[in-house]
Design a binder for this molecule. Structure first.
Ligand code: NCD
Length: 305
C-alpha cells in the first residue's frame, strides 16, 4: 500500500522533524539530490487555481531529476465530462509514480487515496486541510524562531474556510506550550470541530475580533485571505474582505521579533508597505515550501539518497 499525505497528522512529530532535517540538507546540498528521482514522474492534478503549490511541486520534482505532467483546472480534465476522482486516479496511477491533488471538495484527495496505486498528496481540499502548506509553515517557524513549542501564534482572517489555518493548528497542537490566538470576525471563526479538538487536548486558545488588541502578545502573526470562492453570498464577502489590513501602524504594536507569515496569495490583508519590514517573512515561507515538497516526494517514494 502506498503512503499518502492527507492531513499533517498523518506524520508523527518525529517524522516531521526528519522531513524538516531532510529539507534543510536539500537546501544546503542541492547537487546531492539532483538525480534522486531520475525516471520518476509526478502528476499534479489541480481542480482549483494555484500558483505556488502547483509550481513548487513541479519545481521540486524537476530539481530532483524527475519529470512532471498534469492539469491545472477541472475544465481541462475529464472531470468536465463527469469522470469521478476515483476513476481518474486509477488511470493516473499507471502514468505517474506520485500525485499531488487539489480539489474544491473536502475529502476528494482521501477518496483518490482509497483508490490509488501511487502516493497521493493533498494539495488543498476545499475549506478543509492543506498539509503541504503546513510543511512550509513549520520549517519557516523552526528555522526563523528556532523552535516549534513555547510560542504564542495569532491566526488572523478567514479562520472558517482557511484550510491552511486548520492544518497548521493541527500540526502545532502537538508541541508543548503553544498558545493559539484566533483573530477573526464572528462569522469567520475557526470551525467548532477544531475548537473541540483544542479543548479535548487542554490547549490554550483565545478568540479576538480586534487585531490591534491581539497583536502585542504574539510571537507569530499568520495572516490569511478571506476565501472568496467559498462564500455563498457575494455581499457577505464584500463586507468581510477588508476586515483586517495589517500596516506599518499596527506593526508598531507588535514585538520586535514577531514573524509575519501568510500562505499567499495576499489580497488586501497585508499592506505592501509591510513587505520591507524585516519581520515579514511570507516570501521566504514560499521558498521553504519547495524544499519541504522535495523532502516529501523523496520520503513518500522511499528514495534513499
Ligand atoms: C492557500 C490555499 O490554497 O489554501 N494558498 C496556498 O496554497 N499557498 C491560501 C489561499 O488560497 O488563501
Amino acid at each position: 500500500m502506498p503512503r499518502h499525505l492527507l492531513n499533517p497528522m498523518d506524520f508523527s512529530v518525529q517524522e516531521l522533524e526528519e522531513l524538516m532535517d531532510l529539507a534543510v540538507d536539500i537546501q544546503a546540498k542541492p547537487e546531492k539530490y539532483a538525480h534522486a528521482c531520475d525516471g520518476k514522474i509526478l502528476a499534479t492534478c489541480f481542480y482549483e487555481p494555484s500558483t505556488r503549490t502547483r509550481l513548487s511541486f513541479e519545481s521540486a520534482m524537476l530539481r530532483l531529476g524527475g519529470q512532471v505532467l498534469g492539469f491545472s483546472s477541472a475544465a481541462s480534465s475529464s472531470a468536465a465530462k463527469g469522470e469521478s476522482v476515483a476513476d481518474t486516479i486509477r488511470v493516473i496511477g499507471s502514468y505517474a509514480d506520485i500525485c499531488a491533488m487539489r480539489h474544491p471538495k473536502e475529502g476528494a484527495p482521501l477518496v483518490a487515496a482509497l483508490h490509488s496505486p501511487i502516493p497521493v498528496i493533498n494539495a488543498g481540499d476545499g475549506g478543509h486541510q492543506h498539509p503541504t502548506q503546513t510543511l512550509a509553515d513549520i520549517l519557516t517557524i523552526r528555522t526563523l524562531k528556532g523552535r516549534l513549542g513555547n510560542l504564542t501564534i495569532g491566526l488572523c482572517g478567514d479562520l472558517k474556510f482557511g484550510r491552511t489555518v486548520h492544518s497548521l493548528i493541527n500540526a502545532l497542537s502537538r508541541y508543548d506550550n503553544v498558545k493559539f490566538i484566533l483573530i477573526s470576525p464572528p462569522e469567520l471563526r475557526v470551525p467548532g470541530y477544531i475548537l473541540e479538538g483544542l479543548k479535548k487536548k487542554n490547549l490554550a486558545y483565545e478568540e479576538y475580533s480586534s487585531l490591534e488588541d491581539a497583536i502585542p502578545q504574539l510571537d507569530i502573526l499568520y495572516m490569511t485571505r478571506v476565501q472568496k470562492e467559498r462564500f455563498f453570498n457575494e455581499d457577505d464577502y464584500i463586507r468581510m474582505k477588508d476586515f483586517y489590513i495589517l500596516n506599518n501602524e499596527k506593526m508598531k504594536l507588535a514585538k520586535e521579533d514577531m514573524l509575519v507569515m501568510h500562505p499567499l496569495p495576499r489580497v488586501n490583508e497585508i499592506s505592501v508597505e509591510v513587505d520591507d519590514d524585516p519581520r515579514a517573512v511570507y516570501f521566504q515561507q514560499a521558498r521553504y515550501g519547495m524544499f519541504m515538497r522535495m523532502a516529501l516526494i523523496l520520503t513518500l517514494l522511499e528514495v534513499e539518497v
